[in-house]
Design a binder for this molecule. Structure first.
Ligand code: E4P
Length: 229
């Protein structure tokens, strides 16, 4: 599975870029808000300039399809390595599939986002142009947040994406390091990871005995700092 970094802090993105094992980047409007991005276009252009050789996903902001199309054209012009994120629906629940087809006809690389159902995966994949590289982002963590096991969903999504050339399945909303192993086992193409998971990935492979010892040492350090001993 390819590891992408999920976030909109330029410094964190550049640090992830330096690791060498991060093979692409995803952002979204909520992550931009959290990172305090004020000027979206300036931010995106700076990211493209500093990370010119890995896939980068930037999302449209509009809620009406006409404006989304214009934004998509603009985002497409940022660079060859840019994927335009299109949510599978607008806030009224209207399907983005007609817009997706239009953009696919133009040969744009898209990242279809906010997918949580198998029906959405099916509709998306059938709208994709096999001549173009695209990303299908299934929000496994948000599926889990509804109390459902995301594994059967992701398994089915692997199957569906496998029917269309260029349809790369991405495990979005990662929640823990082990998701990387689950995604890999299922044959998911990409998993986008939070900065916390990227940090943990740098340290995988520690013996459980060592982690047990480190845990107790951590507790002990905190006990001492509280002045209990
Ligand atoms: C990435 O492309 C997604 O926007 C992101 O992983 C969503 O994460 P969240 O569901 O934890 O907000």
């Amino acid at each position: 599975v390819k590891i992408y970094a999920d976030g909109a802090h330029l410094e964190e993105m550049l640090a992830a870029y330096k690791t060498g094992f991060v093979k692409g980047f995803t952002t979204n409007p909520s992550l931009m808000k959290k990172a305090g991005v004020k000027d979206y276009v300036a931010f995106a252009k700076e990211v493209v300039e500093k990370i010119p050789d890995l896939p980068l996903s930037f999302e449209v902001f509009a809620d009406d399809f006409e404006t989304m199309e214009k934004e998509a054209q603009k985002i497409h012009s940022f660079g060859k390595n840019v994927f335009i994120k299109i949510p599978i629906t607008n806030t009224k629940g209207e399907s983005s599939i007609p817009l997706i087809k239009k953009l696919e006809d133009k040969g744009y690389s898209l990242n279809i986002t906010a997918i949580l159902t198998i029906k959405q995966v099916e509709e998306t994949v059938s709208a994709l142009n096999p001549e173009v590289e695209n990303i299908v982002s299934v929000f496994a963590g948000r599926i889990a947040d509804t109390g459902r096991d995301p594994i059967p969903y992701m398994k089915k999504a692997v199957e569906i994406c496998g029917t269309k050339k260029g349809a790369n399945l991405l495990w979005a909303s990662s929640r823990e390091l082990f998701n990387v192993y689950e995604a890999d086992r299922l044959g998911v193409d990409i998993i986008t990871c939070t900065p916390a998971i990227i940090e943990k990935l740098k340290k995988v492979g520690k013996a459980p005995e060592q982690v047990s010892l480190d845990t107790v040492k951590g507790f002990n350090k905190d006990i001492q700092s509280l002045g209990y001993t």
